[in-house]
Design a protein around this ligand. Structure first.
Ligand code: AMP
Ligand code: MG
Length: 398
């Protein structure tokens, strides 16, 4: 039996192999959410484009060190947001509203709460510092400056930022097409009535969701029996239609596990069997130019290996530069035995206390899919490391 490959070696090998797709698409901002930006973007304009008022109040044209407390200023103008005022003379005030442009000559805004109305103008009750309450042109973004980098996953705040500099479209990598093949003669699709010996195919839905959530397109989802020819045919067809092929099941050492052999026949196998639990029998290879991940059939193993092994590779292929996994720490509220391989166990972390605390799901069998909807995180435990209550754990949020 081949040696188990340590997870770090797997990650390093996959990192070296992952090639970013080079096809891009220009999409409107309304369609850009969760896409990966394929250009470095600089702003053509200053934001804000002009000095404007940060408050509802009165614009003033003050000379250096001019005192304002208890003085009355005649009001010569009224400037609402979206309009441009006329030049303001020293000793005069202009009524101004938040977001309205500062008129030529003005250099300060006093907020209306610091004023009182008089018959001949506005009384200012305080001494105002010159420059107060003005948002200067370019305070947010300077024309020519970089606002976004190639490889950024576009979040709602990026959409806002792009719109703020006048962009309506953005160049993005086209979504990766990921084919899903579920193997197993016992599998049928819901809602068909189960016959003896059958189970529902849950992994195809699980994988489609995981792929979708990464902003990629699940394609060619098919379900095949444990049969060598059907396995070869499905792999070749999927490889022709997708950027990456992901299979579930049939990759272990049983007589009815045909995926590994089929890949060796129609493509090339690079890696098999990784030192993690759950999910040891993971395979990686290629069919023609198309990379291939063979994930185990047990639903929890399939889920965990997708996240820990396949996901970083797919993200790199998609051109995304985001950190692969944003982990954090929590204190274990349980004991857990060591294993000779790295373990990812299902936990629920309570972060409402000053220190996040993790409790463990009692049944860590890799067939217990309901544990994954109970859990909100995986705790990573190094090989040969037992957990003692109070230990600090590395947590991968789900
Ligand atoms: P395998 O990796 O093919 O040996 O499958 C391991 C276990 O996972 C078996 O109990 C299978 O019945 C189950 N299994 C395999 N594929 C799926 C699937 N698509 N959905 C749900 N369970 C599956
Ligand atoms: Mg099977």
């Amino acid at each position: 039996m081949s040696k188990l490959v340590p997870l770090e070696d797997v990650h390093a090998a996959l990192r070296a192999r992952a090639k970013c797709i080079d096809e891009t698409e220009t999409v409107s901002l309304t369609n850009a959410l969760n896409r990966i930006c394929a250009e470095d973007i600089a702003s053509r304009i200053d934001v804000p484009p002009d000095d404007n008022s940060a408050m509802d109040g009165y614009a003033l044209a003050l000379t250096p060190d001019e005192k304002t407390a208890d003085r009355v200023f005649p009001v010569s103008d009224r400037i609402v947001a979206g309009s441009v005022g006329s030049p303001l003379a020293a000793g005069k005030a202009a009524r101004i509203f938040t977001g309205a442009g500062i008129p030529p000559g003005a250099n300060t805004v006093v907020k209306q709460e610091d004023t009182s109305q008089e018959s001949d103008g506005i009384r200012i009750n305080v001494d105002v510092a010159t420059g107060e309450n003005i948002r200067p042109r370019g305070q947010d973004i300077k024309a020519g400056s970089r606002i976004m980098e190639c490889g950024t996953r576009i979040a709602p705040q990026h959409l806002g930022l792009l719109a703020s500099v006048g962009r309506a479209e953005v160049e993005t990598y086209r979504p990766l097409r990921v084919a899903i093949i579920a193997t197993g003669s016992e599998l049928i699709q819901p809602p068909t009535e189960l016959r003896p010996g059958q189970i529902y195919n849950s992994n195809s839905y699980l994988l489609a969701g995981l792929i979708h959530r990464l902003g990629m397109e699940p394609v060619q989802s098919i379900n095949i029996g444990d049969d060598p020819q059907a396995t070869r045919d499905a792999l070749v067809s999927a490889a022709g239609a997708a950027d990456c092929v992901v299979t579930s099941g049939g990759v272990s050492v049983g007589d009815e596990d045909y995926v590994k052999t089929a890949v060796e026949e129609v493509g090339h196998l690079d890696l098999w069997r990784i030192a993690i639990r759950p999910g040891k029998p993971v395979a990686f290879g290629s069919i023609g130019e198309t990379p291939f991940f063979g994930l185990p059939g047990n639903p929890v193993s399939c889920f965990v290996t997708f996240l820990i092994v396949a996901r970083p590779y797919l993200i790199a292929m998609q051109g995304c530069s985001e950190p692969v996994s944003a982990t954090y720490h929590a204190r274990a509220d349980f004991d857990y035995p060591s294993a000779s391989v790295c373990q990812f166990i299902r936990v629920r972390v309570d972060s409402s206390e000053t220190e996040p605390t993790a409790v463990v799901f009692p049944n860590q069998s890799s067939g217990v899919l309901s544990s994954l909807t109970w859990a909100n995180a995986l705790a990573e435990i190094d090989a040969d490391q037992a957990v003692r209550k109070g230990d600090v754990l590395k947590i991968h949020p789900l």
